[in-house]
Design a binder for this molecule. Sequence first.
Ligand code: ADP
Ligand code: MG
Length: 250
Amino acid sequence: MDTWFSRLMAAPLPPPRPGAAAVALAGVHKVFVTGAGEFTALQEVNLQVAPGEFVAVVGKSGSGKSTLINMITGIDRPSGGEVWVAGTPVHTLTENQTAVWRGRTLGVVFQFFQLLPTLTALENVMLPMDFCHVYEKSARPERALALLELVGVSAQAGKLPATLSGGQQQRVAIARSLANDPPLLVADEPTGNLDSRTAAAVLALFQGLARAGKTIVMVTHDQDIARQSSRIITVAEGRVVPVGEGGGPA
Ligand code: ADP
Ligand code: MG
């Protein structure tokens, strides 16, 4: 049966290079072609993130933070240069390979949660497990509940996203990002839509995950939040600002 799903499962992945950096970008360029012409969103970006680092990416609106993050997740492709994540050359993967690879390798958390509205919290967390087959089917509901417990919203397991607060929805989204136990979490302004108290609670969750050994790359507007990471990367006009020119921690 040639369904989109069986094609996905048949997409073989290149073996990762052992002992590699969690994330390595080399000479990455990104040019968007629009009706108004070409726009260079990233230029000559070189970046390495070691396993276990908690990196905050800061910079003005429109500086290229989301574009940079989308290179790491494979949501978007570089126009030039190389993107390696845990030893896999992401820039060389086909779309199908990218989907399989992403499901197993990284959890993604967005500003607006992106939970599926017709699924309960528990079902949202189970979805990546059903997609990637890392965990046995019979083990998935229990694992999903344990992840909701970990992030403090197990009481909301049977509820639909619309009935939850923003903070609760983001906790569910973080639980979902952990579904297949990925080594890397990538978050694009995960606290950008939360009040400051809820944002602090969500940051504490990320810090706990970093202490537990996850590598985290998190975009944030909030300098207070960025300061609590282990390294700050500043993006300005599509470039990573070298440390010592405003790129280092305050
Ligand atoms: P940030 O996340 O730092 O606010 P983005 O990475 O979203 O910035 O965008 C960087 C620049 O690239 C902006 O000028 C934005 O308008 C432009 N851009 C982003 N995505 C696209 C796209 N799909 N097409 C054209 N331009 C884009
Ligand atoms: Mg952005």
